[in-house]
Design a protein around this ligand. Structure first.
Ligand code: PEP
Ligand code: MN
Length: 337
């Protein structure tokens, strides 16, 4: 339910409404806009049937939230969610860039890559310690050893660590080292895992399932928020279509669409979207033009030697050029990068 307050309501009216809703066991969220204050109420709406909310002082109207997702919807919270991570903001005016190798391969290679990224102003270092591979015989990641290398780079450079969590049993371990936890495309509907990260106190990047609709994507985010973790960043990473020339098809329309439907930050991963390094810069630029709050890009000093996703990994020189171009586009759409 959304309770819209009258423009001239008293502070006491607002408190009375919140108390009433919370006494019924409903969760509330208050949005104070320039024109209107609204209260979002989540929970079993049957409880409200007998409560004449409309007649409470200060209430202008009471509207149901029609979408199946509630906490993530713009109706529930009209203002953008800005996520604070150790002094950096995701979802604010400044775009954030997350870059690094697909997988953490060795301490040396990770450090070499990070050394290229720091001068470019990249705040977030990505790298998989647990890799979801199609083949059980492919490199699966170095686990905790890789997490330690990532944390080592953070200590030296101040870059924040983004890494994937695949299994609820690894939550404590991954959270010990990660600043931002990534849930991969293959796990977007792993509801146990979503519930697990709903209970951690770290931002979560939720990647869109490769065959997930926007509604399914938002319902998965709802799982995380429903547990109490409101720090969710949505990531469009391409979806499966009939096209085989590219690894996936980047659904660029997902960016403005998600920004319309939800208050959560939206970032784009152009690397997994196309699977080809030569196409990544154009897709990154398109994402910024479309209103993305950030980019997640695979970068490697020697893509030909990469243990996974080499063909889509950008060399630092190409990545720098892409960022320069993205910066101009960001400025043109009123953002900073
Ligand atoms: C990744 O970011 O390395 C990854 C495996 O991505 P996705 O889950 O989108 O395939
Ligand atoms: Mn990858």
């Amino acid at each position: 339910m959304i309770i819209v307050l009258k423009p001239d309501h008293q502070e006491e009216d607002l408190h009375r409404i919140i108390r009433r809703l919370e006494d019924l066991g409903l969760r509330t969220h208050i949005s104070k806009g320039e024109q209107r204050t609204i209260v979002g109420a989540i929970g079993d709406e049957r409880l409200l049937r007998e409560v004449p909310l409309e007649s409470l002082p200060g209430v202008e109207s009471v509207l149901p939230i029609l979408k199946p997702y509630k906490l993530v919807s713009r109706e529930f919270k009209p203002e953008n969610t800005v996520i604070q991570v150790d002094g950096r903001e995701i979802g604010g005016n400044q775009l954030q860039v997350i870059a690094g190798p697909c997988a953490v391969e060795s301490r040396e290679v990770l450090e070499e890559i990070a050394e290229e990224l720091v001068p470019l102003g990249v705040n977030f270092l990505r790298g998989g310690a647990f890799k979801p591979r199609t083949s059980p015989y492919a490199f699966q990641g170095w686990g905790e050893k890789a997490l330690k290398y990532l944390a080592g780079v953070r200590e030296r450079t101040g870059m924040l660590v983004v890494t994937e969590l695949m299994d609820p049993r690894d939550t404590v371990l991954v959270c010990k080292y990660a600043d931002v936890v990534q849930i991969g495309t293959r796990n977007m509907q792993n509801f146990r895992l979503l519930t697990e990260v709903g209970n951690i106190d770290k931002p979560v990047i939720l990647k869109r399932g490769m065959s997930a609709t926007i509604k399914e994507f938002l319902m998965s985010a709802e799982y995380i928020l429903a547990q109490g973790n409101e720090k969710v960043i949505l990531c469009e990473r391409g979806i499966r279509t009939f096209e085989t020339e590219t690894r996936n098809t980047l659904d660029i329309s997902a960016v403005p669409l998600l920004k319309d439907l939800t208050h959560l930050p939206v970032i784009v991963d152009p690397s997994h979207a196309v699977g080809r390094a030569d196409l990544v810069p154009a897709m990154g630029k398109a994402a910024v033009a479309a209103g993305a709050d950030g980019l997640l890009v695979e970068v490697h000093v020697r893509p030909e030697e990469a243990m996974s996703d080499g063909p889509q990994s950008l060399r630092p020189r190409v990545f720098r050029q892409m960022l320069d171009d993205c910066r101009k586009i960001a400025r043109a759409v009123g953002r900073d990068l």
